[in-house]
Design a protein around this ligand. Structure first.
Ligand code: 2AM
Ligand code: CA
Length: 267
C-alpha cells in the first residue's frame, strides 16, 4: 500500500473516533450556520485539526485544501479533506456521514479514502490499483439501464437555489422522469462522499448532484473510476472537481443520467 494512503487511512480513522465519541452528545452541540442548510460544529473543526496534524507530521511540505481551513499552500501534492461530510445528518444523529480524504499530484487525484465511522467501512483507492472496501476489491454494480436502478441524488437546497425557478423545475423533471418513466428509486442520503462510495461498491447504481465542493467529491471520483464506473460533470466531458456538478454510475447508468440531466437543462 502506498505510504500516502496509509497516512490518509490513519487520519480518517482518527477523525472517525473523534466524531463517533461526540455522537451521543449531539443534542448539546453548538451549531453554527455558514449558510442555510450549511452547518459547522466544533466536531467538524476538531476532526479536521486531527487529520491535518497527522498529514503535516508526515508531509510538512505538502499543500492542504480543507472544508473548514481553506487553502494552505505547499508543494505539488495537495490533500483535499472533508472532515465530516454530512454534517446536517450528524447533528440529527442520522447515521449517514463520512470522512473524505484525497491526495492530488499536480491536480490529478492519486489516492482516496472515504470512511464511514458508524459502520467502520473503509473505502480506499489508488490510481491504477483498483478500489477496495475493507481491503477487498470492489466494483460498481452491473446495472445496464436506469430501469429499477437505485440512484443517489440531491435537490438544490442552498443559497440562491432556494428561490423557486428554473433550477428547481429542471431538477424536478429529472426526478419525476426517473420515478415515473424509468421506475428508478431515488435516494437522498445527505453525504456526497458516501453516495460515491456506495456507487463504487455497487450499493447504488448511480448518483448526481450539483453545486458541490472539491472536498465533497475528490476521493469519491477516484473510487468510482477505480471500481470501473464513470464520472463526469453535466457537460459529459469536464472534470467535476472544477464545476462541482457530478454524475457517476455504471457505464450505461452514467450515460442515461447524463442524457436526462442535459435534456432537462439542469445546471
Ligand atoms: P457537508 O455535510 O460537509 O456540508 C449534501 O447534499 C451534500 O452537500 C453533503 O456532501 C454536504 O457536505 C454538501 N454541502 C452542504 N453544504 C454545502 C455548500 N454550501 N456547498 C457545497 N456543498 C455543500
Ligand atoms: Ca462536505
Amino acid at each position: 500500500m502506498h505510504p500516502y494512503l496509509n497516512i490518509a487511512i490513519s487520519a480518517a480513522r482518527r477523525a472517525g473516533t473523534i466524531i463517533t465519541r461526540q455522537l451521543e452528545k449531539v443534542d448539546t452541540l453548538e451549531i453554527f450556520e455558514k449558510g442555510i442548510n450549511d452547518l459547522v460544529t466544533y466536531v467538524d473543526r476538531s476532526a479536521e485539526e486531527a487529520i491535518m496534524e497527522i498529514i503535516y507530521k508526515a508531509y510538512p511540505q505538502h499543500g492542504i485544501v480543507a472544508e473548514e481551513s481553506g487553502v494552505l499552500p505547499g508543494n505539488e501534492f495537495v490533500w483535499v479533506i472533508d472532515p465530516l461530510d454530512g454534517t446536517l445528518n450528524f447533528t440529527h444523529g442520522f447515521p449517514q456521514f463520512s470522512i473524505s480524504i484525497a491526495v492530488l499530484y499536480r491536480g490529478v487525484i492519486e489516492h482516496a479514502v472515504i470512511y464511514d465511522p458508524i459502520s467502520q467501512d473503509l473505502y480506499t483507492a489508488s490510481k491504477g490499483a483498483g478500489a477496495q472496501l475493507n481491503n477487498r476489491r470492489i466494483r460498481v454494480s452491473n446495472r445496464e439501464a436506469l430501469k429499477s436502478a437505485l440512484i443517489g441524488m440531491s435537490f438544490p437546497c442552498r443559497g440562491k437555489d432556494l428561490q423557486p425557478g428554473a433550477h428547481w423545475e429542471s431538477n424536478s423533471k429529472v426526478l419525476s422522469t426517473l420515478i415515473f418513466d424509468h421506475h428508478a428509486e431515488p435516494r437522498k442520503i445527505g453525504s456526497a462522499a458516501l453516495n460515491l462510495a456506495y456507487v463504487a461498491s455497487g450499493k447504488l447504481d448511480g448518483f448526481y448532484e450539483s453545486g458541490l465542493k472539491e472536498w465533497d467529491i475528490a476521493a469519491g471520483i477516484l473510487l468510482v473510476r477505480e471500481a470501473g464506473g464513470y464520472v463526469s460533470d453535466y457537460q459529459g466531458e469536464g472534470e467535476s472537481l472544477d464545476t462541482g456538478n457530478i454524475i457517476a454510475g455504471t457505464r450505461r447508468v452514467h450515460r442515461e443520467l447524463l442524457k436526462l440531466v442535459q435534456e432537462n437543462g439542469v445546471t
